[in-house]
Design a protein around this ligand. Sequence first.
Ligand code: GDP
Ligand code: MG
Length: 387
Amino acid sequence: PTTVSVGQLAKLLNVRLRTLQRKMEEAGMQAEMSYDYVLTSDYAALLAEEFGRHPIINDEAAFDLYPPSPHPNPQTLPSRPPIVTIMGHVDHGKTTLLDTLRSSTVAASEAGGITQHIGAFCVPVKTGSDSESTIEGHERLITFLDTPGHAAFSAMRARGTSVTDIVVLVVAADDGVMPQTLEVVELVRREKERGKIGMVVAINKVDKPEADAEKTKLALLAAGVLLEEHGGDVPCIEVSGLTGKGLADLVETLAVMADVMDLRAEQDCPTVGCVLESRIHKGLGPVATVLVTRGTLTPGTPLLAGTSSCSTRRLLSSSAHPLNSVGPGTPVLVTGWKSLPSAGDEVLASSEADIKRARANRQRKRELESVIGGVEAINAARKADKE
Ligand code: GDP
Ligand code: MG
């Protein structure tokens, strides 16, 4: 690792020694301020950043993984399943709707095993009453994600890397438009400004005697949601997650929207994805549900998410079936993590050696950040004391 003296650093940064020393004083580095004091590369880098520079003090310090660059001809890439996120006010029936969708779409042989709710799954869906709508005889797949608002989605939103293609806004017809309904409307509006995202409204619980679908639709209109029946472009379907009414219509609508969006992703590149959720599983150890967004994930692939590395041991489908490979647009349970990654973390594949270096580098950055945080806190406290 390279080192640099205070005097040299001032020259490198093209600032006066006194100016650098003043910064060091502010950062609580009084003991290291002399002209010939030799700084570690970490401190030198931190100080350089104070002057708006990001010096590469040595290669190791600068090393990180980056996703492969975008494909030059996206129109030529293979299609991928749409990622549909179910959102809406609490208790409006998101989980119930997903569970019904899931148990009505998975093969009968698998259905027996489904007792617990699963937050992310990819299912083949039947669309249209004739076989013509199944393009080229392919099975049509849709990926469903439950209830964002949890950590993964806030983290992805903060980074501007939303993975959702279509939001299904669930509104219970007996309860109508509620605060979290409006939050979703606002969120979709903001996402739309950034790129393409679709929205479908599912007026839910229409089986209930007190359900008032018309009133709910008018409240949505008042909230600025332009439904198709009001001359807008947002499809609206009346459903019951409990009885299954309208769910076939909902799926059909999603399939048509996905076709129009023409979603494609590269399959032959290093895997990119994101962590949807993670937990310690008795027996399997740390596991994470990863949504693959690019590339094809196979067992044995070394992965990095935040500072957690993984030597992908097993890939399990949402019905616990082992998979040999997982393509874009598909969520999968990944085992083999050395520590628990965080929801929302970006997942990248690379060589074992590169991952080791990137991980060490990220860890060091994290430690340094906590040092800076500490110094800043001390300075703030000192300042407050003086005042
Ligand atoms: P979430 O908080 O949006 O995930 O809502 P849940 O799926 O947990 O549902 C909340 C409550 O509403 C539960 O008691 C469900 O049984 C009930 N529920 C959900 N969907 C329906 C529906 O379509 N009809 C009726 N009658 N009840 C429903
Ligand atoms: Mg729920």
